[in-house]
Ligand binder design. Structure first.
Ligand code: XIL
Length: 315
């Protein structure tokens, strides 16, 4: 297992993991798994708007600083997550009665303040998260869309680029990992931005997969973007299994983790594969998808699962 960081680096990719601030602070074994197995981190929650700017004009840097400092201390990269999302917004923002001018100033200020603070320390940012409807292909009718119109995406990317010209700016989405109307809609959106010269540099494929239903055309979908000159990442990988979980499920899951990593390695321009949580004890899956479990490469007792070997084999 300890070979993973060296193997990932030998392929020129990062292998990342989503981390939470509390266990990072308190749990030595949790920290150890991150240090020993990964080369980058994403903050699972603490860089989201509700945590960073819980009251208007009042920023809380404690969580984001803890993640960025931990990464620096251990030589890990950081994926910033996330600027504009329809979830985990503070009440003052979500429930505000905004006109376009004021909301656009608020967005510009938030993005500028956060990105400037971590300039040079966060290499890539999910600037736009889940811009399409859950089932696609329409643009999501979120606060930004309703008040600012569809161009909120381009305008926010310009603000982000001005604040940190060296950061790779991503649009992050789910349901785009295999062919279909939603995948095409995101492609059209991104291709349109590229054509206009808008600063967008990458597409994140969230990759919250279901065991037995992991797409086999992930590499093909990624290549559409790298052909545009963009980079891509598997940004939130997990593979959830219907309970009760059997040994056979976990053997098959090993192959699934292998295949996702292999897809990234196959695509020049795929720069990062990030798993969405350190162990099954920390995963969002059991809470958000009741009846499913065991989605990550370490079990609830922090033991490596076959999925971890699947990743080693792919590298
Ligand atoms: C999830 C976190 O894992 C949970 O802890 C939180 O309660 C909800 O958000 N898409 C994303 C991530 O972009 O930010 C989400 O993370 C999972 C879905």
């Amino acid at each position: 297992g300890h070979r993973l960081p060296a193997l990932a680096r030998s392929h020129g990719i990062d292998l990342g993991v989503a981390v939470a601030v509390d266990p990072l602070d308190r749990d030595r074994r949790y920290r150890g798994l991150v240090e020993d197995h990964y080369t980058s981190v994403t903050a699972e929650n603490t860089m989201k708007w509700e945590h960073v700017q819980p009251e208007r004009g009042e920023y809380d840097w404690s969580g984001p600083d803890a993640v960025v400092d931990f990464a620096a201390d251990n030589g890990l990269g950081v994926r910033g997550h996330t600027m504009l999302w329809h979830n985990q917004q503070p009440a003052w923002l979500a429930e505000g009665d905004w006109d376009a001018e004021e909301l656009s100033a608020v967005v510009h200020e938030h993005v500028t303040t956060v990105m400037e603070r971590y300039r040079g320390r966060i290499g890539a940012w999910d600037v736009i998260n889940e811009p399409l409807e859950d089932g696609g292909p329409q643009m999501r009718r979120n606060l930004w869309y309703e008040v600012l119109g569809p161009d909120y995406i381009a305008r926010t990317l310009y603000s982000a680029h001005a604040a940190d010209p060296d950061a790779a700016l991503y649009i992050n989405e789910f349901g785009i990992e295999s062919a279909g109307p939603k995948a095409d809609a995101l492609y059209d959106l991104v291709a349109g931005l590229v054509e206009r010269g808008v600063p967008v540099h990458g597409v994140g494929f969230q990759s919250h997969f279901v065991h037995g239903n992991v797409p086999d055309d992930l590499a093909e979908q990624m290549r559409r973007y790298t052909d545009l000159g963009l980079e891509v990442a598997v940004s939130e990988l997990d593979v959830r299994v219907d309970a009760p979980v059997t040994d056979e499920d976990l053997r098959e899951q090993r192959q699934e983790y292998h295949d996702v990593l292999a897809a990234c390695l196959e695509v020049e321009g795929c720069v990062n594969v990030t798993v969405w949580g350190v162990t099954d004890a920390h995963s969002w899956i059991p809470e958000w998808f009741p009846g499913t479990d065991a989605a990550l490469p370490f079990d609830t007792a922090y033991r490596p699962k076959p999925a971890l070997s699947g990743m080693v084999d792919a590298l």
